[in-house]
Write a protein that binds this ligand. Structure first.
Ligand code: XMP
Length: 325
């Protein structure tokens, strides 16, 4: 594993953002030449910024896909494709849900789950897309925090290769370009804004590459994803205007005894986390009003089938992490 230091760039104002955009656009043009590239857009600020940079540099020689892995939030593929359509960028939704659920079947270990998602993305899905096209490059939105945590051995972020000594060309058959690898989330937002992305994208809360799989303790099945997806929707609706950095729902593996309609209900547990942070390296729990915590708990237990218990986590990062796996 290489710990070679990547030089950090901090972007604090529009002129620095413009400078960064010009340099990265030129670098993509230079690397790809007259060739073709692909990228996967998830709608997060990182992949959205890369999509814009890539289209500036390559125009229609960049083909953008939304990989529908079955692990995204409600209606996310359609909403993101339509947002980018309005920006003049065509996004193809690529339905590979079955491939991901097959790879995740029976896997409970956190790092093995991450590895299953990584391998399905890069070895199976992208390699197929690249083989079926003239593309030799994959553009992706790896940021400096992803590299830090992977190299430090905290979490194997799904999109980090070179720093682990993995050569994507040898391993998967294509090269990876990472225009955002020198900056962190707060700088990415400034770049995204300067690229003309709408506020709902440049101010979007972070969402991890392995998506809802990072919020399921134990096996990831379509049914368990549906449970955490419904809880996520409620958490996002209720906490979106509290100024928090990120807020999420986690599905636990253990069940607890509850009661419903006068009968025993041995049900599922959801943990809610809401974080204040600048760049995700450290974070503290947001102080939410007690009434709001209760409202979230009531809505989840009433609206999400099978859930009888909701907790709010008040731990800081470290020692916690933002996501559960
Ligand atoms: P943790 O859980 O490590 O998360 O405290 C730090 C930030 O990174 C996001 N995250 C990821 N993003 N791929 C990503 O693109 C990943 O594998 C991944 N894991 C965590 C997380 O949502 C938080 O903002």
């Amino acid at each position: 594993m290489t710990t070679e230091k990547i030089e950090e760039i901090k972007i604090q104002n529009p002129s620095q953002a413009k400078d960064f955009i010009d340099k990265q656009t030129a670098a993509i043009s230079c690397a790809v030449g007259q060739g073709y590239a692909i990228n996967a857009l998830s709608g997060g600020v990182d992949s959205s910024a890369v999509t814009m940079l890539g289209h500036r540099a390559l125009e229609n020689r960049l083909k953008t896909y939304f990989i529908d892995n079955g692990l995204m939030r409600e209606n996310e593929p359609q909403q993101i494709a339509s947002t980018f359509e309005q920006l003049g960028i065509n996004v193809e939704i690529w339905d590979v849900q079955k491939q991901f659920f097959d790879a995740l079947r029976g896997v409970t270990d956190p790092e093995k789950k991450r590895e299953a998602v990584t391998q399905t993305f890069y070895r199976d899905v992208f390699a197929d897309l690249v083989r079926g096209s003239q593309c030799k490059y994959l553009l992706q939105g790896t940021i400096l925090t992803d590299v830090d945590e992977t190299v430090a051995g905290i979490k194997r972020q799904h999109n980090v290769f070179a720093q682990l000594g993995i050569d994507p060309e040898k391993e998967f058959g294509y090269q990876i370009l990472e225009p955002l690898v020198q900056i962190r989330k707060d700088s990415v937002r400034k770049v995204a804004q300067a690229l003309g992305l709408p506020e709902l994208i440049y101010d979007r809360i972070p969402f991890p590459g392995p998506a809802l799989a990072t919020r399921i303790i134990g096996e990831v099945t379509p049914e368990r994803v549906q449970t955490v997806r419904q809880a996520t929707k409620i958490v996002e609706e209720e906490l979106c205007n509290k100024g928090a950095f990120q807020y999420l729902a986690i599905l636990h593996q253990d069940r607890v005894t509850g009661m419903r309609d006068g009968k025993r209900d041995y049900g599922q547990q959801i943990e809610v986390r809401c974080w204040d942070s600048i760049d995700a390296r450290t974070a503290t729990p947001t102080q939410l009003p007690y009434g709001l915590e209760c409202k979230v708990a009531n809505r989840i237990t009433q609206e999400v089938p099978g859930v009888v218990s909701v907790t709010y986590n008040r731990t800081s990062k470290p020692p916690s992490c933002i996501e559960a796996i």
